[in-house]
Structure formats: structure tokens, C-alpha cells
Design a protein around this ligand. Structure first.
Ligand SMILES: Cc1ncc(COP(=O)(O)O)c(C=O)c1O
Length: 427
């Protein structure tokens, strides 16, 4: 038998656990494999198929085998620039854009390259903090308030900037937001822009859900009001339902000249370039032809329907929950049940989600995975536990939905809510 060998691991990674969202997904898959019915409100992947034109573009380019330029396929970069101009009202030139294998990787590289502490509004997406930990960067969290839709306020940002000193600071702002479904208004972004400009804050504006905004609203980027200091990230994963294609986009302001150069060095010494066929497929996505656009809009309307259905049920059950404005998440809290939960020795969000998963088979993520204190009784709900292909083919539009279709198309959303309701009735 071979003797085990001592392996010394970089200590920075030792405290970083597997991504919470991927871990809950694995747990649910295992429970389902054992034949248990689990309502999966834990994992936020788009349930829809990739629009057919994008799939076709991928199929048409399987022969593209050469390494592409580090920054990306030139025709893709100019297509992305046009997309942002036409659909987001931003003037962007192709030489400000680069693509990577998912926006998650690009955000990681930006966090690595930019000096200064990382300011994270709480709650925020699970991966920003661990990414900062991996590179040994200081994290400063700002707790936001449910009563303000969990949106970051300019006053809170200003206070934290004051405490952090005069050097460069990095803010990660996810808008529309995972985990809360909130979206900042223009007036709020204008106020945030003022604080960022006055306090040497470079913003990584994670706009991966920019097209998943409800009521046909057009997404407004912080970059409209703070163009010189806002780095935008986006990609194929959410609106185009192509998370597994792994293509993310980063737009860097002309003013941050050194950053693109540093990023190119980093990319060329790490992943080199994104897979070539995927870049051709992405070009079709960002050309945003009528068929692709209509499908993205229909999927967004379905996300809205599902989000509003869950919101209505949560409010009826007595939970606190801001109404979602975009993305596919809600962030209800069980605060009104705090005393009843304490009688069952449940004092925090981790205990709460473990109890709900084992007793009524609803998978949720705890608030503590989103930088809130364990005592916060919030949970993140993903609203996508349905068969996206069937729903996309049969969804008649929000206004035409009826109870029969609801039951037919969204059985797990209904059953998951019924189970949660039953659980609350036992308290
Ligand atoms: C808020 C947020 N940012 C970034 C990402 C990463 O997306 P990508 O697939 O582009 O890496 C996700 C995916 O879950 C997300 O929810």
C-alpha cells in the first residue's frame, strides 16, 4: 500500500467552504435520488432552454478550434458594445470589453487586481466574500434594511467609506439583486454615484440579471451616473439561460486604463481565452435578434409571475418579504415567528433551513450565507423549481394565467408553499 503524503495547502483556501448554492443543490439531488420529494427553492439556475438561435450558432461553429485573442473574438466584442449602446443606453467601445469563462471568474480577477478593501452590502451573493478571502483581501460588510428593500443606501455607504480611510475602496453592487430580487432606482444610483466619486470607490457593478427586470422596465446601470469608476459585469448565464456555456462579460471604463492591461496579463497567464465555439454562440445572443429578444422577454415575464406568486403566498403565511423587482429570488424572513421558533430551540437561519428541509422537504438557503448574522431569520428562495421547457411552451402570459394552469405548470411552487405553510401552522 502506498503511504499517504503530507500535502501543505495554501492557508487562504482552508477556511473557504464549497459554494453554498452548489452544496444545497448536491444535497437535494441526493435526496431526490433516494426517491424523496424535495421542493428545490435553493438553487438559482434558469430553468429555460437556451434560445434556439444561440444553440444553432454553437452547433455551426464546432470547427472553431484555434485560440482566440485573450480579450475575446473581435466581432463579439463589437457586438457586445452595440448591445450595451442599444439596449442599455451606454456608450461603450469594443476595446473596453473582455470576455471570460463566466462573470464569476472575471469578478474574481477584478477583486484580485484592484487594491483596497472590498465593501459588500449584506445580503449579497454568496461568492464575493470567499473570492476576497482567497486573495487575502479585507472585507467590509454593510447591513441593509428589509424596510428599504435591502437596497444599499448612500448614507450607509458614506459612513463606511469614512471609516475605511482615504485610500481606494472596491464596492460590489449587484443590481438587480441576488438574493433579494431588488433593483436600485435611478435616484438611488445617483446618490450612490456621488458618494463613490467623493470617496475613491471603484465599483464592480454585477449586472448579470440586468435583462431580468420585471414590468418591462429597462435596467439602469450605475455606470450612467458614475461612468469613470464603474466596471460592469454580465454574461450569458441568466437572461440567456446558458450558465453552462460559461461566458461572462466585463466592461472597464476608459479612465481605468491600467486595469485592462493588468487583466490581460492575468488572463493570458491563466485561462488564455474563452472557448471559441461559445464565443460565436455569444455573438448571436448579443446580436439580440427578434427571436432571442422575445424569448428572453417571455422568460422574464415567467420569472415575474413565479416571483409574484411566491411573494403573495409568503405574505399570506405571515412572513416579511419585499416584493421582487427582478432576477429569480426572494428574501423572506421569519421574524414574526421568532418566539415560536425559539420554543423549538431554533434561533438562527442555518438551524431554520435545516429544520425546514428535514421536516417539510423545502430546500432554502440561510441568511448567514449572505453575510448576515446567524441570528437573522431570513432565507433565500429561488423561484425556478419548475419545468422550464414545458412552462415556456404553455405559459399564456401573466394576465391569462388561471388556477388550473398554475397547478399544471408550477406544481412544485404550490406544493413547496403548502408545505411551508403547514410547517408554520405547527409553530
Ligand atoms: C449575483 C451573481 N453574480 C454572478 C453570478 C455568476 O454568473 P456566471 O455564470 O456568469 O459566472 C451569479 C450566478 O449565480 C450570480 O447570481
Amino acid at each position: 500500500m502506498r503511504t499517504p503524503m503530507q500535502v501543505d495547502i495554501n492557508p487562504k483556501i482552508l477556511n473557504v467552504k464549497e459554494s453554498a448554492t452548489l452544496a444545497i443543490n448536491q444535497q437535494v439531488l441526493e435526496m431526490r435520488a433516494k426517491g424523496e420529494s424535495v421542493y428545490h427553492f435553493g438553487f438559482g439556475q434558469s430553468p429555460f432552454p437556451v434560445p434556439i438561435d444561440i444553440q444553432q450558432a454553437l452547433a455551426d461553429h464546432t470547427d472553431k478550434k484555434s485560440y482566440l485573442p485573450t480579450r475575446g473574438l473581435p466581432s463579439l466584442l463589437s457586438t457586445i458594445a452595440r448591445f450595451y449602446e442599444k439596449h442599455c443606453g451606454l456608450t461603450v467601445s469594443a476595446d473596453q470589453i473582455c470576455v471570460g469563462p463566466g462573470s464569476k471568474e472575471l469578478i474574481f480577477q477584478a477583486i484580485y487586481l484592484l487594491e483596497g478593501p472590498l465593501i459588500i452590502p449584506a445580503p449579497s451573493w454568496v461568492s464575493y466574500g470567499p473570492q476576497a478571502e482567497i486573495v487575502g483581501k479585507k472585507i467590509v460588510t454593510i447591513e441593509t434594511q428589509r424596510t428599504k428593500g435591502y437596497r444599499l443606501s448612500a448614507e450607509d455607504l458614506e459612513r463606511v467609506c469614512g471609516e475605511a480611510g482615504s485610500g481606494q475602496k472596491i464596492l460590489i453592487l449587484n443590481n438587480p439583486n441576488n438574493p433579494t430580487g431588488s433593483s436600485h432606482s435611478e435616484a438611488e444610483l445617483i446618490q450612490l454615484a456621488k458618494v463613490c466619486r467623493a470617496n475613491h470607490v471603484i465599483v464592480i457593478s454585477d449586472e448579470i440579471y440586468g435583462l431580468v427586470l420585471f414590468n418591462k422596465k429597462k435596467h439602469t446601470s450605475l455606470s450612467h451616473f458614475y461612468p469613470e469608476g464603474t466596471i460592469i459585469t454580465g454574461g450569458l448565464s441568466k437572461a440567456f439561460s446558458a450558465g453552462g456555456y460559461r461566458l461572462g462579460v466585463m466592461i472597464i471604463p476608459q479612465e481605468l486604463t491600467g486595469l485592462m492591461k493588468a487583466l490581460m496579463s492575468f488572463i493570458s497567464e491563466t485561462f488564455s481565452a474563452v472557448s471559441a465555439p461559445i464565443q460565436y454562440a455569444a455573438q448571436t445572443a448579443y446580436e439580440y435578434g427578434d427571436a432571442v429578444r422575445q424569448e428572453v422577454e417571455k422568460c422574464t415575464e415567467i420569472h415575474q409571475f413565479a416571483g409574484e406568486y411566491l411573494h403573495g403566498r409568503f405574505i399570506k403565511m405571515g412572513l416579511n418579504c419585499p416584493r421582487p423587482e427582478g432576477a429569480f429570488y426572494l428574501f423572506p424572513d421569519f421574524e414574526p415567528f421568532r418566539e415560536a421558533l425559539a420554543d423549538k430551540q431554533i434561533y438562527g437561519s442555518k438551524q431554520l433551513v435545516a429544520e425546514i428541509l428535514t421536516t417539510v422537504k423545502v430546500a432554502l438557503l440561510p441568511a448567514s450565507d449572505f453575510y448576515l448574522d446567524e441570528s437573522h431569520l431570513g432565507v433565500r428562495v429561488a423561484s425556478v423549481d419548475y419545468d422550464g421547457i414545458r412552462v415556456l411552451a404553455n405559459f399564456p402570459g401573466k394576465a391569462e394565467m388561471n388556477p388550473q394552469l398554475l397547478e399544471d405548470l408550477f406544481p412544485n411552487l404550490i406544493a413547496g408553499c403548502n408545505n411551508l405553510e403547514k410547517y408554520l401552522e405547527t409553530l
